[in-house]
Each structure stands twice: as structure tokens, then as C-alpha cells.
Design a binder for this molecule. Structure first.
Ligand code: PLP
Length: 401
């Protein structure tokens, strides 16, 4: 009672009202436009993180604002027991532009992957004599629910929140014989990111992906690609699996698919869609508001001209970073499209991120010696130049420190 009264009388928004789950910079962000984010003191930041590869059209894009406003005035949500026009529209866009047949919408990437794991287990019960194990990759990241943490190969996570969900076997990325060795009659699927994002931008090789596709087909198991980070244009193709000349059985999406609104998707081949009524669902899944935003974003990103520009800007960013790396004696650059990493010569990525923040640039450090760049997909070359200029100074300062 006393606590309630104190809160009522103080009536001040307090940062310590939030649970601590990770580091936050000590600023309050208030607005953004395109590649620029602004805090409450009016300081601007050139944003090459974009809410962790989420704002694919940058901050406050008219496409998102208009779609949200129009839909919010008609219908925000009516629950998962009805069809709505935006729900059908976005599902159709995804299946018409991919090799897959049906969609289940989720609220985030982890929930999409959780759904993929459930779908694979159900499929294993029906078609593989109860097989349930999924082979996943070391250094992979699939989310923060218990099952997706268990599926992830993030170093250190194996000790967290024990006991884990059983049924995941980890192998090194790009090692096909390790996958073969990990398989047994319990195996139902292989699951991987075409480019490991949180793991430090590690690319699956074409041979590995094609080998996995053949192996999965020969053994009668499922190939699941987690495209939560790589999906919807991030790598210069609408879906990253297209780079490899393969077709997965299941794909998951998230992050950019609604340009900043919370939306994910589980997408699968017709023959794999074996959920029965009651197996999967959720209060908010596929709400009218988020799917309307998603459909507007999808139409923009799937334009061939838009994707061609992502490829060009990605190549430009890579070239500029390569020159920067050479000037500073850093280790090199890797990535695809606008998901790019700079490998540093020393473990100072966190200091670079902190110093860059002070200098008005947002970049991310997924590993102690790796910087990651995931700007808006419509970032300009001039903004890339601006980022390089700031980073040039920051790399020198942090090296000399
Ligand atoms: N899968 C991949 C490849 C990711 O990069 C992420 C998040 O970074 C996730 C899944 C989890 O998505 P979410 O944070 O939306 O649950």
C-alpha cells in the first residue's frame, strides 16, 4: 500500500522501473528519420544497427507510418479465429515470392523458430517414427525462448537456465561430414542460418548448403533455414537461400519483415504443414495491424530495383570497409548485401562501439573482435562515407588507447 502511494505521489517516469536484462546506453531516444536517430538532448546518431537489422526502410518511413495509420483506423486486431484481408495479403505475398506454400505468423523471430522446432517434431512423429532431434550449428543464434536457446550454439549458453530442452546436436558450420556423423534414426531436421548474424557474420558455403539439401533429401529429413536476420532483402536477395541454388523445406522470418513492427513468420512446404488444430497458435498471431504493415514493407522491398540497390550499396559498403581495414591493419571484411562484418586485429570491438556512440555513430559488436553493420536497406552511399569517416577516427583512437 505504502509503495503504491509513493509511486502515485512521485509520478516521475524512472529508468529503474525497468528490469535489467542487458546494457543500455544512458540516453533516451525520441525520434528518427531514415538513417538518423535522435536522443532527447537533440544529439543525432548515424544508425548502422537499425534496431538490430529491423528497420529495413530506416526510421519512421512513410510506408510504415501510412500503412499503420490506415489499418489502425479500420481494424487493429480481431483474434486468430478470423481471416483478415492484410493477413491473407501478406501470407500470399510470401508464398508467391518463395518456394514455400503456407505461413504461420508470429510475434518475433524466436517464436517463429520455436514453431519450426514444433513443426519438425510433429512431422517426425507422423513420418519418421517419432524422430525429434535437430542438428544445429555451433555459434548459431535462434532466439531466447528455452527451446531456441537450446537450439542455439552461442558460446556460454550451454550452462544457462538448466535443464535445457533436449534434442539438439551441434556441429561446426560448413562441416558436412560432422552433420553426417551427428545424424541417427532420431534425427528429424537440420536447422541453420544461411549467414550467422549474432555469431559474427559467418557465411555458410554454397557446397555446404547444397550438400545439406542433398543429405536431407536422401535421408528424408527436413532442411530448416532461419532467415530471421537474412530474410527480406538483407543479403541482396529477397531470401538468402536463393544465393545457394537450394530450396528449404521450412523457413523462418522476423526482424525486418514489418519494418520495425513486431512480426515473424514460419513458412513451410505444403507436405510439411502437419499441425493439427490446437497444436500452434497465440493471441496476437497474424494481427491485422502488423500484417498490413508487413504487406506494405514487402511490396517495397521485393521490387527488383530495390533489391538491386541493396546489392550495389552492399558492395560499396564492403569496398569502403576493406580500404578502411587495410589502412588500419585490421583483419578483413566479410558478409553479404547489407549484413557485413569488419574483423578487427584486436579484441576492442566493445570500445569501438562505445567510442563510436560518443562520436554519433551506432555500430554493433557481436564478438569481441568483430564489428557488425546492418544499416537500413535504403541507406545511401553518402551515409556510408559519413560512417567510414567517423569509424576511421574511432579505429585510430581505440588502437592508440
Ligand atoms: N534467429 C536469428 C538468426 C536471429 O538473428 C535472431 C535475433 O537476433 C533470432 C532468431 C531471434 O529473433 P527475435 O529476437 O525476434 O526473437
Amino acid at each position: 500500500m505504502r509503495t503504491t502511494m509513493r509511486r502515485m505521489s512521485e509520478r516521475q517516469p524512472r529508468r529503474d522501473a525497468l528490469m535489467v536484462t542487458g546494457k543500455r546506453f544512458p540516453v533516451v531516444m525520441v525520434e528518427g528519420q531514415g538513417s538518423v536517430l535522435r536522443d532527447e538532448n537533440g544529439k543525432s546518431y548515424l544508425d548502422f544497427v537499425q534496431g538490430w537489422a529491423v528497420n529495413c526502410l530506416g526510421h519512421a518511413p512513410a510506408i510504415v507510418a501510412d500503412a499503420a495509420a490506415a489499418q489502425a483506423k479500420r481494424l487493429v486486431h480481431c483474434g486468430p479465429i478470423f481471416y483478415t484481408a492484410p493477413l491473407i495479403d501478406l501470407a500470399s505475398l510470401i508464398v508467391d515470392h518463395s518456394c514455400l506454400d503456407r505461413v504461420f505468423f508470429t510475434n518475433c523471430g524466436a517464436e517463429a523458430n520455436e514453431g519450426a522446432i514444433k513443426l519438425a517434431r510433429k512431422w517426425g512423429q507422423k513420418h519418421r517414427h517419432g524422430a525429434y532431434e535437430i542438428v544445429t550449428m555451433e555459434n548459431s543464434f535462434h532466439g531466447r525462448t528455452l527451446a531456441t536457446m537450446s537450439a542455439s550454439g552461442k558460446p556460454g549458453w550451454d550452462k544457462l537456465f538448466e535443464p535445457k530442452v533436449p534434442g539438439f546436436v551441434k556441429v561446426p558450420l560448413n562441416d558436412l561430414s560432422a552433420v553426417r556423423d551427428a545424424m541417427s534414426n532420431r534425427t528429424v531436421a537440420v536447422m541453420l542460418e544461411p549467414v550467422q548474424g549474432e555469431g559474427g557474420v559467418n557465411l555458410a558455403s554454397v557446397e555446404f548448403m547444397q550438400g545439406l539439401r542433398d543429405l536431407a533429401r536422401d535421408e528424408g529429413i527436413l532442411l530448416i533455414v532461419d532467415e530471421v536476420q537474412t530474410g527480406l532483402g538483407r543479403t541482396g536477395k529477397l531470401f538468402a537461400y536463393e544465393h545457394f541454388g537450394i530450396e528449404p523445406d521450412v523457413m523462418t522470418l522476423g526482424k525486418g519483415i514489418a519494418g520495425g513492427a513486431p512480426l515473424g513468420a514460419l513458412v513451410a512446404r505444403e507436405e510439411v504443414c502437419c499441425f493439427e488444430p490446437g497444436d500452434q497458435g497465440g493471441t496476437f498471431n497474424g494481427g491485422a495491424l502488423v500484417t498490413a504493415i508487413g504487406a506494405a514493407v514487402f511490396r517495397e522491398v521485393s521490387r527488383p530495383m530495390f533489391l538491386a540497390k541493396v546489392v550495389r550499396t552492399g558492395e560499396y559498403l564492403t569496398r569502403q570497409l576493406q580500404e578502411l581495414a587495410a589502412r588500419h591493419g585490421e583483419r578483413g571484411v566479410r558478409g553479404r548485401g547489407l549484413l557485413v562484418a569488419l574483423a578487427l586485429a584486436s579484441e576492442r570491438a566493445t570500445s569501438v562501439v562505445d567510442r563510436a556512440f560518443e562520436a554519433g555513430l551506432l555500430v554493433n559488436a557481436p564478438r569481441p573482435d568483430v564489428l557488425r553493420f546492418m544499416p537500413a536497406l535504403n541507406v545511401s552511399e553518402a551515409e556510408v562515407d559519413q560512417m567510414i569517416d567517423i569509424l576511421d577516427v574511432v579505429l585510430r583512437e581505440t588502437r592508440d588507447a
